[in-house]
Design a protein around this ligand. Sequence first.
Ligand code: SF4
Length: 397
Amino acid sequence: MRTLSRLELVGETLRAALEELAEAAPAWLTPLIEPDWAKRYGRRVEIGKLPGGKAAVTARAEEFGRDGQKILTAAWAACAPPHLRLLPQVEILRQVWVHHYYWDADGLLRWRDGHALPHASLRFDSPYDTDAHYCVKRDTTWSGYRTHFTETCDEERPELVVHVATTISTVQDIEMTDTIHDELAERHLLPAEHVVDSGYVSPARIERAQRVHGISLLGPVVADHSSQAKAGSGFGKAAFTIDWDHEQAICPRRATSVSWTELRIKENTYLQARFAEADCRSCPDRTRCTSSATRPRSVAVLPRQLHEIQTQNRLDQQTEEWQGRYAIRAGIEATLSQNVRAHGLRRSRYRGLARTHVQHVLTAMACNVARVADWIDTAPRTRRRATHFRTLCSATA
Ligand code: SF4
C-alpha cells in the first residue's frame, strides 16, 4: 500500500468514505457536498511539503477534520439511514478521526500533536488496510506485518520451512516463541533443539520450551543491562551472590541485603534485594557499585529457576562450543533473503492479516518446492564444498 503522511492519511480516509457513500447513498450525500470538495477529494490525496511548516499542516488537517466531522455528524443523525453507519469506510473514518483529532475546551475540533496519538498498534496507516501498522525494529521502519519462518537444518537434507507465522507488525518476536512451539507440537514437527535469534529468547521461554515440549531453546540471552555491567568496570549483577534460602543478596564487600521484595515489570516478576544505607554509605567501593549519591545499592533478579537459567546461558554463550552450535542459525538468513529477493516476501499482494498470511505460506511453499527440486536434482553433497586447494591437501595427506 502507499505510504501516507498523517495529513494524507486523514484526507485519503475521508476520500475513501465519500467514495463509498457516493455509491451507497448518492441522494443522501449530495446536499452535504461543498463546492471545493470535488477538487479536494475527487482524486487521490497527495500532499507534498506544505509552505508554512507545522502551522500550515495543522490548518490543512483541521480543514480535513471539519469536512470529515460534517459527514460523521450527518451519518450519526437520528434521521440518517442506519446502514450508512455500518459501511466499512465510514467506520474507518470515525476511528481515524478519534485517533487524530480531539475537541478543545471551546468545542473546536483540533489536530492532535504527534506525541498525543494512540499507540501504533491501534492506529491505522491506511484506510485500505487497517491491519497494517507502523513499526520500528533496530534501523528498519515499515508499515505492514511481521512474519516468522522456522526451517529444518538437518545435515544432508534440504532446509525446509516447516512453520510460518504472520502477525501485525507491533507484536514482538518474543511473544511468538511459545505460539510457534505449540503449533509445531500440534503438527508433530517439534525439533530437539530450536535455534533462534536473541529476540525470541528469555529465561522464561527457555524454561517453558523445556518443561512443556522437552526441547532446548538455543539463543543468546540478553546481557545484563545494569550501568555497571555496561561500563564493564563496576559491580554488575553477576558480582552478587544470591542466598535463595534466606532471601538475601551478598555483595562483593560481603555486606548482606536487608530487604527482599517482589517487583512486577511488564510481564516479569523480579525479586529486589536492597542493601543497608549504613553499609553502602561508608563503603570504599561505592562508586563502583552505585551511581546514586545517597541511596544504597539494590539488585533485581529473576525468580530462582529463571535466574539460574539466565546466569548459565550468559556463561555458556561466551564459549566456543556454544557459538559453534549457534552458528547454524545463520542458515535462516539465507532462507529469508531467498524469500525476499526471489519471491517478494516483503510486498503484500493482499489486504488484511489473514490474506497476507496465506501469501506468506504460499511463498514458503514455493521456496520448499524449489529446494526439494534442487536437492533431488543434484547428488547429495556436504554442506560446504571444499576448495580445490583443500581437496589437494587432503589427497596429499
Ligand atoms: S556499595 Fe553497598 S552493596 Fe555495593 S559493594 Fe559497597 S556495601 Fe556492597
